[in-house]
Design a protein around this ligand. Sequence first.
Ligand code: NDP
Ligand code: OXD
Length: 306
Amino acid sequence: MNITFCCTDTKADPWLKGLRAAFPHATVNVWQPGAPQADVAVVWAPPQQFLDEQQALKALFNIGAGVDALLKLRLPPGVKVVRLDDAGMSVQMAEYVCHAVIRHFREFDGYEADVKEGKWSYRKPRERQAFPVGVMGLGVLGERVARALRVFDFPVHGWSRTPKAIEGVFTHSGEAGFEGFLSASRVLVNLLPLTPDTQDILNRHTLGRLQPGGYLINVARGAHLVEADLLALLERGHLAGATLDVFRTEPLPPEHPFWAHPQIRITPHTSARTLRDESIAQIAGKIRALEAGQPIAGVVDAIRGY
Ligand code: NDP
Ligand code: OXD
């Protein structure tokens, strides 16, 4: 078997070592232009030239959950696109989102500012029922996040394309359920995949439907958010703030207003990192299953876009 590795912004050596250990009889190399045809590829945002040259690939293993960058490209005919299925990401996402929700709800930024000024001052405890959290996307990550938020007794709403049942979570689905989902939420967490249907979905109309004092947590993709609309809603006071991990342009350009905005907290696309060992183990298991003609989880539906 010939396995090729073509991942932008990723140190190749540890991945090659792990893949070679999992497949001692296979050829495992970093892709170079003109390389022999490989059977499967491990990829992250590969160049079009790679896919144009590697027309015999049977499967592309994306080392992330989101496949938006990959689906923009012309793919070899009949190739399976396989996403990472959790591989240690959902617990990280649950930590990140719970931290952001709790930091906002408990006013920790305000306390930090007070402490810097040497002030010992209390704030009135807030009513938890007044902070319903809406989770957009109830897939591998969204469902874990919704369940984690329930542990803290926040009212939790979830929205997905098809109907879902999650214990303790008010679920809504499809276009018909969107309006009711938004107006039931005060804190909005975005965990949708980026597809033609979801691009720009966080805009003045949708964010304007959140309850007053709304708060946005975007941990999915930057292109979900119309950035100027967020700034306008913060300015108007309809939104209280935002925690953003993803941006339309990454790295966030130095002159971007989000860097210094007093109501916006940013992190550098780090809410749920790809964990190398877990990912290699998962990909190796799926390669073996495919070789044995068995079905695997995480095969992307290119028409649906996720
Ligand atoms: P999944 O594919 O498992 O889940 C996607 C969810 O979104 C599903 O519940 C799906 O509905 C729902 N959905 C898709 N399209 C629509 C739509 N048009 N309307 C309503 N609901 C829709 O994805 P994951 O949970 O694994 O990951 C979600 C995204 O998180 C990734 O695509 C990626 O962009 C982002 N991500 C970000 C990371 C970071 O570090 N910032 C790390 C990892 C992922 P249904 O269940 O009905 O199919
Ligand atoms: C992913 C990501 O999609 O890290 O996995 O953004």
